[in-house]
Design a protein around this ligand. Sequence first.
Ligand code: GLN
Length: 314
Amino acid sequence: MTALENIVNEIAAEMRLRTDRGEVASYIPELAGVHPSAFGLVVIDAEGKVAAAGDCDTPFSIQSISKIFTLTLALGKAGDRLWKRVGREPSGSAFNSIVQLEYERGVPRNPFINAGAIAVTDLILSGHQPREAIGEILRFVQFVADDSTIAIDEAVAASEQRTGFRNTALANYMKSFGVIDNPVHYTLGVYFHHCAIAMSCRQLAMAGRYLAHGGINPATGYSVIQAERARRINAVMLTCGHYDGSGEFAYRVGLPGKSGVGGGIYAVAPGKASIAVWSPGLDANGNSRLGRVALEILAKRTGWSIFGGDRPSA
Ligand code: GLN
């Protein structure tokens, strides 16, 4: 067993014993039934070696983690024009907050809060039918993960479509400022579907490799995006990826990361590893509670925090 496999196994064993798991998201009814004791962790290093433990092959709803992939696609389409529609500053408020939008005249703070992600989705949708845009996003995720079996959980998408009143409010509000170009229900349909992509930790860690390695898929050498763009997406993940918990995540873990209310977190150790963790119970900010704890231990034991400080302890 490699030193990294050892660390990953020990973290999974430790997380199994913890009882402070937080609450599974219930505002999307279809997510409420997920078992809180699930835990998965996968780390893929720069040589492509995979260290995996726990429920690492069980698909879960990636939810807001999908916003990394839509941001990548939208930047590819619009380049820096994207930043006219959406900012890149931490929000300091909840992921579905409405109040900030009024102060800022319908321009969302960043692409990872719901309003910002809906604006990004709208940009991807322009010039296409919703079905085509959903297909484009799914195919991109399948491509970067090198896995054509990745699919959308239609029951989750339908569940959110039925109950997504807040997201509907956010989208309508932005529409009133001209920030949304397409019919609101089209944009939201695409948004709910990409949030409902189901992936395992292993698939997610595979999919994000380009962010850990300067825009390049290290297995094929194929350039997915420019290095500068990967660096910037990582910067936005670090500052905004955990909503109002982003400061705490940087303080404790020290890696760019993006959470989702399905309990997943995708994290990057730049130049070193692509990491996915899943534990469905959430903290008050809607971020995976044990997912964060697991990443904190991982970063400490590997010495991977981008802020330095810890010596690796194998
Ligand atoms: N689909 C979810 C929503 O719009 C995504 C939120 C999240 O994962 N933080 O509410």
